[in-house]
Structures are given as structure tokens and as C-alpha cells.
Design a protein around this ligand. Structure first.
Ligand code: KG4
Ligand code: ZN
Length: 349
């Protein structure tokens, strides 16, 4: 059967990305022919956070060169493309509009349909991309985690269409918690990778800090999570020990404990979901925080002990953070959502 070739555009935040993705109806996984990402992260260092105006202007500068490069790298031309996929929300309005209007213009000029893609719904599709490590599609029903700087949500997916939101954070996202705590320790955005790096310095970890941070809501019977209190507790613990503990030891010990607390919360909610949905065959994790090795390890250890041992899926690091391959992969499983460029616009919710 004929495979569909999709040109996907992602521009919801500070990354400008384009990917060429292919899938035939029988394939369980989408194939990424090329995937190009430009980031304006360096521009935001001085301001210690993303300035939406600056991000949007950078998107404008990068969007056409990135598309051109993705087409070139895939060795395809506009004649080979069957549809255009674009992130229409949620995200920064100015950034999103650059991608959306570019996609609309291309669709009009090239007479192609568009598939409007929700960024959060697309993240899990990084696990539906064929890679060296991933040759078999996750099996339904599955549990799907989206853990990023803006979201921490757990879903039950019975199929590509039947998706149930089990629960999520009631305040900050896990990534946001990592970012804010890392900032307190003097690190730039994104802070998650710094926290992880610190935690690897095992010889500087003082075990007296083990268990000193709370695991908010962990004993609740719901799927709600909270990371805001964890950040406050982190700040308090830091201040209380600042004068008595060596600075490096304190940083390493607190980072290790923070990572442990977040991992415990994620595992506990996974365990609860598996108890309620014992037929789950796979657990897929996506979003920037899915890059974290301790979270990966904790889930892997827990699932190995679980009844039915559901298979665990993590995307490669390049597909954890924002990228266009996941947008194209989502679209290739939802070709029925094709519409005309006239019907596509910003969808913030
Ligand atoms: O998915 P993403 O690139 O952007 C959003 O849509 O938010 O996620 C970014 C988040 C940031 O909070 C960043 O600190 C976190 O992912 N992150 C990590 C790691 N790499 C990125 N958190 C923990 N450990 C990591 N290795
Ligand atoms: Zn994202």
C-alpha cells in the first residue's frame, strides 16, 4: 500500500523544527526521513528565560531555512509530499503563528492538505517513531506519560483515538520544578540536565539528605500530582544548610534527593494506574523530562517487578525535547484529520 509522506513543522516555543516523516497504513511505526531543529535557546541566556517576542522573531528567521534543509536532507521535493502537519497549540502565540502561517502558505501554494496537531498529544508519538532501538510499536492499551516543562500528565490510551486523561499536576510541571530548583543553585534554563549531572557525582552525595524532601500527594488515591511544594521544600532545605554544608556537597545532595522525589512520584502513579488497568501492555514516556536517566531507571525497575511486565518505551534523547518528528508521526497516524489550509489556525487549548 502507498505510504504517505508528511512535512511536519513545530514552532511552539524556542525550537524551530521541520521533519519529513513517512508511514504506510500497515506500518506500526513512522519512519523519520529527516529531522532538523534550530533553537534560539542561546538568545535567552542573558534574560534567564524565554522572551516570547525574541523567540517569535527567531522563528521567523529560521522557519524557511529549516524547511529547506529538511527537504534537502530527505532528498525529497514538494512533489513527494502528501500532507503538511503543523503544531497549532498550545505554546507561545507569536512562535506558533510563524509555523502555522508558513504551513498554510505552503499548503495553499502546493495544493496540499494540512493536519493540525496539538503539541501535547504529539509528544507521546516520539515513541511511535522507528529507531535503531525501537523496531516494534507500543501495544495498546498503554499508559502514556507526558513530562515536560509545562506538563506532567498521565493518560490511558486504548487506541490512537480512545485516550483517557487519568490525571496530572495540580500546579507546577515536573520540568518546571527541576528548572526552578536548578536556578536556585545558579544554573540556566533548562535546569533538568544540570540536576541530572549533579546527581551523577555520587562521591559528593551526603546520605543525610536522603528522604529529606516531601513526595507531595503520594499517598492520595487519585492521579493528581503536585510539584510546587517540592520546590518550596527544596528552597527551605537549601537555606537551612547553606552555612553548615560545603556548597558542592549541598548542591549534589539536594539535586540527587530532588530527582529521587520526582522519580518516586512518577513511579507511584504508574504503579497505581497498573493496579487499576491490569491489561496495560506498554508504558510510554515522553517530553523533555523523559530524558532523565533516574526516572527511566526507576520505571524500568518497577515495571520489571509488575504483573504482566508491561514493556517500557522511551524515545531517544533527540526526540524527548521539542522536535518535528513527533508532529509528523502523530499526523501519520491521524491522516483522517486532513483539512484545507483555510480551516487551520491557532488552537491554544
Ligand atoms: O518537552 P520540552 O523540551 O519542552 C516543553 O514542552 O516544556 O521539556 C523541557 C523540560 C525542561 O523543564 C527541562 O529542564 C527538562 O525538560 N529536561 C530534563 C532533562 N532534560 C530536559 N529534566 C530532567 N532531566 C533531564 N535530563
Ligand atoms: Zn514539548
Amino acid at each position: 500500500m502507498k505510504s504517505s509522506t508528511i512535512l511536519a513543522i513545530e514552532s511552539s516555543c524556542d525550537e524551530t523544527a521541520c521533519a519529513i516523516v513517512q508511514k504506510s497504513p500497515d506500518d506500526g511505526l513512522a519512519k523519520v526521513i529527516s529531522s532538523i531543529t534550530a533553537t534560539s535557546l542561546a538568545k535567552h541566556k542573558a534574560t534567564k528565560g524565554i522572551v516570547p517576542e525574541v523567540a517569535a522573531r527567531e522563528q521567523l528567521k529560521c522557519v524557511l531555512p529549516v524547511i529547506e534543509e529538511a527537504l534537502k536532507a530527505a532528498q525529497v521535493t514538494k512533489e513527494d509530499i502528501d500532507a503538511i502537519a503543523v503544531t497549532t497549540g498550545p505554546g507561545l502565540v507569536g512562535s506558533l503563528l510563524v509555523g502555522i502561517e508558513t504551513a498554510r502558505a505552503l499548503a495553499m501554494a502546493w495544493d496540499l492538505p494540512i493536519i493540525s496537531v496539538n503539541h501535547i498529544q504529539a509528544h507521546p508519538y516520539a515513541n511511535f517513531v522507528e529507531t535503531e532501538e525501537n523496531q516494534n510499536a507500543p501495544q495498546f492499551p498503554l499508559l502514556s506519560w507526558v513530562i515536560s516543562g509545562g506538563h506532567t500528565d498521565l493518560y490511558l490510551m486504548n487506541s490512537h483515538e480512545d485516550i483517557q486523561h487519568l490525571g496530572g499536576t495540580v500546579d507546577d510541571a515536573a520540568g518546571e520544578c527541576f528548572d526552578k530548583c536548578a536556578r536556585l543553585l545558579g544554573f540556566d534554563y533548562p535546569g533538568g540536565p544540570f540536576i541530572e549531572k549533579l546527581s551523577l557525582e555520587i562521591d559528593k552525595n551526603d546520605p543525610q539528605f536522603k528522604g529529606k524532601l516531601p513526595r507531595p500527594l503520594i499517598h492520595e488515591k487519585t492521579f493528581s500530582m503536585s510539584f510546587s511544594g517540592l520546590k518550596t521544600a527544596f528552597l527551605r532545605l537549601f537555606k537551612e544548610n547553606q552555612t553548615t554544608t560545603d556548597s558542592e556537597t549541598l548542591k549534589v545532595s539536594l539535586a540527587t534527593e530532588l530527582q529521587e522525589a520526582v522519580s518516586d512520584i512518577i513511579w507511584k502513579r504508574t504503579q497505581q494506574a497498573l493496579e487499576q488497568h491490569s491489561n496495560v501492555k506498554s508504558v510510554i514516556v515522553s517530553g523533555g523530562v523523559a530524558a532523565n536517566k533516574r526516572i527511566r531507571e526507576k520505571l524500568a525497575e518497577g515495571l520489571a517487578q509488575a504483573e504482566n511486565s508491561p514493556k517500557l518505551y522511551f524515545p531517544p534523547l533527540s526526540l524527548c525535547t521539542d522536535n518535528a518528528a513527533m508532529i509528523g508521526a502523530y499526523a501519520s497516524f491521524h491522516l483522517d484529520k486532513q483539512t484545507s489550509w483555510e480551516n487551520v489556525g491557532l488552537k491554544l487549548r
